[in-house]
Design a protein around this ligand. Structure first.
Ligand code: FAD
Ligand code: UDP
Length: 373
């Protein structure tokens, strides 16, 4: 006679073998001695951090992934599972007639304006901002000064307006302020994209790091498995890193997301561009080109590049990459969260479960600081 599984006998289920799922599974195994089943509907682990080495080049399959954080706890925890390749990210923007580094800084200012204008702008900036200060383009646009308005209009028009329309199909002003804050305007000469204390790429790639996190005798991983197929099984607790609206059967309507299409190309030349990411904030349909070999300084006579085309996310097609951060969507998310809070045996986390634009460090911090059930 088959015995009905009781709750106490059942395993804990983690839905999603991305970074959030891997961290929570490891903690359950190590800290609670819990037997954990991790499932993912994809055929590989890693979620959007998934990378794979092809002919000597580590390809970031779901867009450029650069680890950067000021969070000592996150850095120390991940360092148990990987050695790091030191890497300081640089991003260039291809404007109509020149290539500048982002974030827009004093070097870019000197490239984009005539010398007399530069002198005047720098003098005016000094009256308003401290050296090294960062402001969002939206804050810069608020300053009632004709000289700074000219600067702000230029940066807005050439760097942010069209890129944001392509990426989000709306203006920067219509998104949560945190989106504009990701790429500030900086009054210094540092040509690096991030200012964080720790910046690096896992030396063997993200997939290898996540594989190590999942490598514990109490953790079992099953791929090509959708939560739908296990929905009726009893688990002691479920940690769900998939989309919260999907879990809630879209009872309040779908949460809006943006998707991407990645178009890969192998080129018979050593390098295509000087840095790993070049943004195209103006006319082109794509937003950026990634050249993968720069991440781990891999040497090959050929190269692989990827063009990133923003797309609408349509249910049943493509992947959810970006939760669209605005007030209406946050309210809709909170409706799902509050509605599902009555399910005592499920915890949501991750970029999709929390409907948050988490960078990797924030996703890890969330999984590390979650109280285990
Ligand atoms: P995910 O990686 O999305 O993993 C969720 C997993 O759950 C997926 O594998 C999915 O298949 C699985 N899943 C979902 N639903 C189900 C279901 N019903 N059944 C089974 N499995 C399911 N962060 C940085 O710090 N630096 C960067 O440079 C950076 N670049 C990025 C570039 C792009 C284009 C994108 C999209 C993100 C980038 N990020 C970056 C963010 C980073 O990808 C996320 O922080 C991280 O992947 C979050 O991990 P996660 O596990 O929460 O989600
Ligand atoms: N952004 C822009 N132009 C750029 C770079 C960024 O307008 O050249 C805006 C755009 O709205 C983008 C947001 O800033 O979505 C955040 O940029 P980030 O590079 O952090 O995007 P991610 O790497 O998360 O896709």
């Amino acid at each position: 006679m088959t015995q009905k599984k009781t709750k106490t006998q059942a395993q804990t289920l983690v839905v999603g073998a991305g970074l959030s799922g891997a961290v929570i599974a490891r903690r359950l195994a190590e800290e609670k001695n819990e037997s954990v089943l991790v499932i993912d509907r994809r055929e590989q682990i890693g979620g959007n951090c998934f990378d794979q080495k092809i002919e000597g080049i580590t390809i970031h399959r779901y867009g450029a992934h650069i680890f950067h954080t000021d969070d000592q706890q996150v850095w120390t925890w991940l360092s148990r599972f990987t050695c790091w390749h030191e890497y300081r990210h640089q991003v260039q923007a291809q404007l109509r007639d020149q290539l500048i580094f982002l974030p827009f800084n004093l070097n870019a200012l000197e490239q984009c304006f005539a010398p007399e204008k530069v002198t005047l702008m720098k003098k005016t900036l000094k009256q308003h901002f401290a050296s090294g200060q960062k402001v969002t383009i939206l804050q810069l646009r608020q300053i009632q000064d004709p000289v700074l308005q000219e600067l702000a209009d230029y940066v807005y028009e050439h760097i942010f307006l069209h890129y944001t329309l392509k990426q989000w199909e709306c203006r920067l002003e219509d998104l949560d302020m945190s989106v504009a804050a990701r790429v500030p305007v900086v009054f210094d000469r540092d040509d690096h994209y991030f200012a964080n204390r720790y910046q690096a790429i896992p030396a063997q790639g993200y997939t290898a790091m996540i594989e190590k996190i999942l490598d514990h005798p109490l953790v079992q991983v099953r791929l090509d498995t959708d939560y739908q197929s296990l929905k009726n099984q009893v688990f002691r607790h479920v940690y769900f890193t998939g989309a919260i609206d999907e879990f809630g059967d879209y009872c309040f309507g779908p949460l809006p997301y943006r998707s991407l299409e990645f178009v890969n190309q192998k080129l018979d030349q050593e390098y295509y561009q000087a840095v790993s990411v070049v943004n195209y904030p103006e006319t082109q349909e794509f937003t950026r080109i990634i050249e993968h070999k720069h991440f781990l300084a891999e040497k090959t006579p050929y190269t692989w590049i990827t063009r990133e085309y923003p797309r609408c996310f349509v249910l049943g097609q493509g992947e959810r990459y970006y939760p669209i951060q605005n007030q209406a969507n946050q309210e809709l998310y909170r409706r799902y969260r509050d509605h599902l809070a009555s399910h005592q045996d499920i915890t949501f986390l991750g970029r999709l479960g929390d409907y948050q634009y988490y960078d990797m460090d924030k996703a890890v911090a969330r999984a590390l600081n979650l109280e285990l059930r």
